[in-house]
Design a protein around this ligand. Structure first.
Ligand SMILES: C[S@@+](CC[C@H](N)C(=O)[O-])C[C@H]1O[C@@H](n2cnc3c(N)ncnc32)[C@H](O)[C@@H]1O
Length: 226
């Protein structure tokens, strides 16, 4: 897929999240206690964190408690506006996860992406995971870590929840269509298997997984260069 197709997909993704931004924290965001229970004990205190898909920055409060220094990257200007209002990030970058990041080499201890942020790669194509692994390896320090929360196949099949502002309709075993019921804007979501994550990340990272019904946590640390 060429750069122009990646750009047009990024526009679709940002249109979707721009549309949900105003009500995101109320309707879709996790409680601070839940974010705390996920990050505390996982993200080392004082880390320089690159938060992919930082969104409205709900996790900034918890990362601040952990004395982390946070750079946030997101393709939705409206989500980033809210993260800016929270005022706790060192820097916020308007950019696309699936294209090269405006982040210097070997500057971060943690690259993370929470709450299904990585579920919307251009056309759902698996090979984007390899580019993601390369970017993570580039920006991480040698003793750094990756922490991703991604949806499982069960999450893709969970379909529509009454009263939930995003309607989710399964399309295939591992894909679903998300529709913002207010604006009608649609976005494809995809779930990759542990095998797909392993194919992409194992050449560069030691990998481990923690799975629950609807969520797979991908935790990785860079392999030492040979
Ligand atoms: C489900 S929200 C998660 C927000 C926040 N991290 C949280 O846990 O509440 C996903 C965020 O990822 C961003 N996002 C999705 N795909 C992206 C992409 N290709 N490039 C940059 N940001 C993206 C969206 O704009 C949105 O803000």
């Amino acid at each position: 897929m060429g750069a122009s197709l990646i750009r047009s997909w990024a526009l679709k993704t940002s249109a979707f999240f721009d549309a949900v931004a105003e009500n995101y924290d109320r309707d879709l965001g996790r409680s601070l206690d839940e974010v705390r229970s996920r990050l505390d004990g996982v993200i080392p205190r004082g880390s320089h964190v690159l938060d992919l898909g930082i969104g409205t920055g709900r996790e900034l409060v918890v990362l601040d408690e952990l004395n982390c220094i946070v750079t946030g990257l997101d393709s939705s200007e409206r989500m980033l506006e809210q993260a800016k209002e929270r005022g706790r990030a060192k820097s916020l970058i308007l950019g696309d996860i699936w294209a090269p990041w405006a982040v210097d080499d070997k500057t971060h201890d943690v690259v993370m992406a929470l709450h299904g942020t990585l579920a919307h790669p251009p056309n759902g194509a698996e090979y984007h995971l390899e580019a993601l692994a390369n970017e993570c390896a580039r920006v991480l320090r040698p003793d750094g870590m990756v922490y991703f929360e991604v949806p499982t196949a069960e999450a893709m099949a969970a379909s529509f929840h009454e009263g939930y502002p995003i309607a989710i309709t399964p399309v295939s075993d591992r894909t679903a269509q998300c529709v913002d019921t207010r604006s009608g804007i649609k976005l494809l979501a995809v779930s990759w298997s542990e095998a797909a994550w392993t194919r992409a990340f194992e050449p560069l990272f030691w990998l481990s997984f923690a799975a629950s019904t609807y969520e797979l946590c991908v935790i990785a640390s860079p392999r030492e260069p040979e």
